[in-house]
Design a protein around this ligand. Structure first.
Ligand SMILES: NC(=O)C1=CN([C@@H]2O[C@H](COP(=O)(O)OP(=O)(O)OC[C@H]3O[C@@H](n4cnc5c(N)ncnc54)[C@H](OP(=O)(O)O)[C@@H]3O)[C@@H](O)[C@H]2O)C=CC1
Ligand SMILES: CC(C)=CCC[C@@H](C)[C@H]1CC=C2C3=C(CC[C@@]21C)[C@@]1(C)CC[C@H](O)C(C)(C)[C@@H]1CC3
Length: 415
């Protein structure tokens, strides 16, 4: 999004081009290092994979079949259809709420497959070609989205990804809500194929550890359980994604397409990948402390997200009606008590606490399992700054009043 001064984000076209190379390269580096003995995050990869290690027609078939399955489940009758936030032309798009249903059906299909002999524990050996196939798919998909946006009306374009520079716009995404008929590509990709692939890879790594060591370690159980809770929660509260930045503001381009389809499943499963190749002892007392940390993070994350989403859907809802607010010139109000009176992004704080809980089962002998926490902190600090800019533009003096009354961004009394 061009900031008020008209400057571009992410370092402009040069930054976008660099990120389109660095992000996939980082993902492959992590995949290689996680399975190496030293598992040094900052060291060189153990080897540079050749084309034969990356390219596999079978892997591409599996990626496309997975996308096809999730798309078919997306098109099934939904228990509910929700309306998105009001668009510039005052209309509202409709979204099927059937993500959790898709997770249940996918789980049943995978369970049936494994009981019929599906070699899910062979998946860990295919992570490199699968990641390559997912990255290739994301690039091609982003190109199709870019071409589609060239014929989209101006009202359909996102505020940010229309600088006129093809590289920048390809990265950030031109169209806000790219659809064919009622199929919303951004909404579909945000919550379905990547998140579910993430926990499927985790499960495959757990099964592989059971095969290698007789049973999964407690650390592997914790990482699988925490991240399955996170994904199941996202799909159970699918409607809440309709009030997030990705849906309401950002165009759908390479950043989100690669993020959803490749970065999430292959880098967010890093802790489980690390544990398969580097078993970590974990006692019950420490496991209990880590579970408590994750529970606290989830409580803050869910409480804050649900409070804001409830408020945005209906400020008169009894659950939020008593909260203190700041009126804005747009007619919308800003919460200034409850979770959103503690810091300006309490949901980020909860998410970061959970990110810590996901890394702790991997011990403290390696930095690699903490990559997610480090990356995620950088992502949310940057995202918070972007959101501040957007909210300052949207709300002006009301936002300045909010910042005065709620001075901290993410961590109380610190940042
Ligand atoms: N696991 C991962 O990789 C990632 C997870 N996330 C998580 O996604 C969740 C959503 O985050 P994100 O998408 O950044 O957006 P948010 O859910 O934080 O929404 C930001 C928007 O909320 C509204 N808002 C902000 N402050 C207030 C207030 N005081 N009162 C009312 N409305 C307010 C504004 O929109 P408006 O006023 O227009 O409604 C603002 O633009 C977070 O929990 C985050 O941790 C995010 C990125 C990556
Ligand atoms: C470095 C890189 C490729 C950045 C792309 C960022 C994306 C990976 C993330 C941007 C916002 C996201 C959200 C989630 C997953 C990661 C991405 C796509 C999310 C779906 C995770 C589950 C949560 O419950 C959520 C629904 C709130 C969340 C929405 C934002």
């Amino acid at each position: 999004m061009a900031s008020p001064q008209g400057s571009l984000e992410f370092g402009g076209p040069l930054g976008a081009a660099a990120l389109m190379l660095v992000l996939p390269a980082t993902m492959f580096h992590l995949l290689l290092v996680a399975r190496s003995g030293p598992a040094r995050l900052l060291g060189p990869p153990p080897y540079l994979p050749g084309p034969e290690a990356l390219w596999s027609p079978r892997a591409l078939q599996l990626v496309l079949a997975w996308l096809g399955l999730q798309a078919a489940l997306y098109l099934l009758p939904a228990r509910k259809v929700a309306e998105g936030q009001e668009l510039k032309n005052k209309s509202r798009l409709r979204y099927p709420i059937n993500g959790f249903q898709a997770l249940v059906v996918t789980t049943l299909l995978v369970g049936l497959g494994v009981s019929a002999g599906l070699p899910l524990d062979a998946l860990p050996e295919m992570l490199l070609p699968l990641a390559f196939a997912a990255t290739l798919t994301a690039f091609v998909f982003s190109l199709l989205l870019y071409l589609k946006a060239l014929v989209a009306p101006a009202s359909a374009l996102a505020p940010g990804g229309n600088s006129g520079n093809p590289i920048y716009d390809f990265f950030l995404g031109r169209e806000l809500n790219p659809r064919i008929s009622s199929f919303d590509f951004k909404y579909f990709c945000e919550l379905r194929p990547g998140l579910m692939a993430w926990v499927l890879i985790n499960l495959a790594l757990l099964l592989k550890e059971a095969e290698l060591r007789g049973s999964p370690s407690l650390a592997m159980w914790l990482v699988n359980g925490f991240q399955l809770l996170y994904v199941a929660d996202a799909l159970w509260h699918e409607e809440a994604v309709l009030t997030t930045m990705d849906i309401t503001h950002d165009g759908f381009g390479f950043m989100l397409a690669f993020g959803d389809l490749a970065w999430v499943p292959f880098t967010y499963s890093l802790q489980a990948q690390f544990l398969l190749y580097h078993p970590q002892p974990l006692g019950l007392p420490m496991a209990s402390v880590i579970c408590l940390i994750n529970a606290i993070g989830y409580y803050v994350f869910r409480g804050a997200n649900s409070q804001k989403n409830t408020f945005r859907k209906n400020p008169s809802d009894p659950r939020v009606a008593d909260l203190e607010t700041i009126p804005t010139a747009t007619g919308r109000q800003l919460l200034v008590s409850g979770w959103w009176g503690m810091v300006r992004h309490p949901n980020y704080l909860g998410d970061l606490i959970m990110a810590l809980a996901w890394s702790l089962p991997c011990g403290v002998s390696h930095l690699l399992p903490y990559f997610y926490l480090l990356y995620f902190t950088a992502l949310l600090v940057h995202r918070e700054a972007r959101d501040e800019q957007q909210c300052l533009q949207k709300y002006g003096l009301a936002w300045r009043e909010y910042c005065k009354r709620v001075p901290y961004r993410i961590l109380p009394y610190v940042y």
